[in-house]
Design a protein around this ligand. Structure first.
Ligand code: OGA
Ligand code: NI
Length: 355
């Protein structure tokens, strides 16, 4: 099995778990999208951080202390922003503008790019949807490599620019992910040998996800994207700087906003880095709240090792300086973990936890 689609074929989706509603046609939030007004799942339950101005750190990747700062942020929070990351702002603007072009289409045009029931790529609701009773105020477009097949359905003659920008962006994101990975390994004192670096880089099963959160008539009632951790090794997110909504969960503080910062990219630890770091780095729980004033857009790149790569606590971490540290996870093939997550969502990590 080589592709992500193949990993997902065992958990095919119902049509209602693929096609989003036509948000433009709703003047109020329908029952299907109304989350409880109180309780743990309420979009309103948040923010006991207010007053202490806690925010995620912004790290200048060109700074001499960058490795130390990236390592600390992975360890303490599992999420941070990066500046001077080398991604041209013109490319960020272009990928955003292509994403707008797609999401601004009428609903009947967007469904031409709909994900197939067993597929991984294309247009549709969030993959985590079947795990929740209510739907989210969200639509997405997932790509792995060239989006040609789907783009051609939408724009039979005008797909080239969209494809080129998306491919170019994925190439740049892959390079930035590898740069961050190399910094993280340095921080951990792990050599590239220890993790079979050439194979890790050879055929990653990464994905690019365009997220659209339409302006919502009653944001206290709707959920942009329900709480989850990312399955990825790490995720790099570009958020449109005029609309916020992303929050991460912090023990003892509750939901903390990740405010957009012009030109900065958000980086978060995913399950696979959590596993490889032997739980030293938390896989950060995050969600998106609905926005009542603006239509929000974000572009996430999920960096993942190849499907047949085995992930587990890095040997050098469990054998640190002659001292044996117990491995906290069984090792597992990436494809098996992706499948496990697709079936069990937040239970997946505990299924491979030792002890
Ligand atoms: C995701 C995600 C956050 C955002 O796509 O997994 O968490 O701000 N997105 O859109
Ligand atoms: Ni996420």
């Amino acid at each position: 099995m080589a592709t992500l689609s193949e990993a997902y074929t065992e958990t095919p989706l119902l049509l209602e778990h693929i096609i989003p509603i036509d948000f433009d046609s709703f003047k109020e939030v329908p029952q299907s999208h109304s989350w409880p007004r109180s309780g743990d799942e309420s979009p309103r339950r948040m923010l006991n951080f207010e007053g202490d101005h806690f925010s995620v750190p912004a790290i200048d990747l060109e700074s001499p202390d960058a490795i130390e700062m990236v390592g600390h942020a992975c360890k303490n929070l599992g999420i941070f922003q990066v500046t001077r990351h080398g991604i041209p702002s013109s490319l960020l603007r272009e990928v955003e503008s292509q994403a707008w072009q797609f999401f601004s289409l009428p609903a009947r045009a967007k469904v031409r790019a709909a994900r197939s029931p067993g597929g991984a790529t294309g247009y549709g609701v969030a993959r985590i949807t079947p795990f929740f009773n209510k739907f989210m105020w969200h639509e997405g477009f997932t790509m792995m490599g060239s989006p040609l097949e789907h783009a051609r359905e939408v724009w039979p003659h005008g797909y080239r620019k969209f494809c080129k920008v998306m491919e170019d962006y994925q190439d740049k994101m892959k390079a930035l992910s590898e740069r961050l990975l190399a910094m993280i390994l340095k921080y951990l004192g792990i050599s590239e040998h220890d993790i079979d670096w050439p194979r890790l880089r050879s055929n990653p099963s990464s994905a690019l996800q365009l997220n659209s959160y339409p302006q919502c008539p009653d944001p206290g009632l709707a959920m942009g994207l329900a709480p989850h951790t990312d399955t990825s090794f790490l995720t790099i997110l570009h958020q449109n700087d005029s609309a916020h909504g992303l929050q991460f969960h912090r023990e003892g503080r509750g939901w903390v906003p990740v405010l957009p910062m012009d030109g900065a990219l958000v980086v978060n630890v995913g399950d696979m880095l959590h596993i490889m770091s032997n739980a030293m780095f938390p896989s950060v729980v995050h969600r998106v709240i609905a926005n009542g004033k603006r239509h929000r857009l974000s572009i996430g790149y999920f960096y993942r090792p190849p499907m047949d790569f085995r992930i587990g606590p890095i040997h050098g971490l469990t054998q640190a300086s002659g001292q044996e540290v117990a491995a906290r996870f069984q090792s597992i093939m990436v494809k098996d973990y992706v499948q496990m997550k697709a079936k069990n969502l937040d239970k997946a990590l505990s299924m491979i936890r030792i002890g």
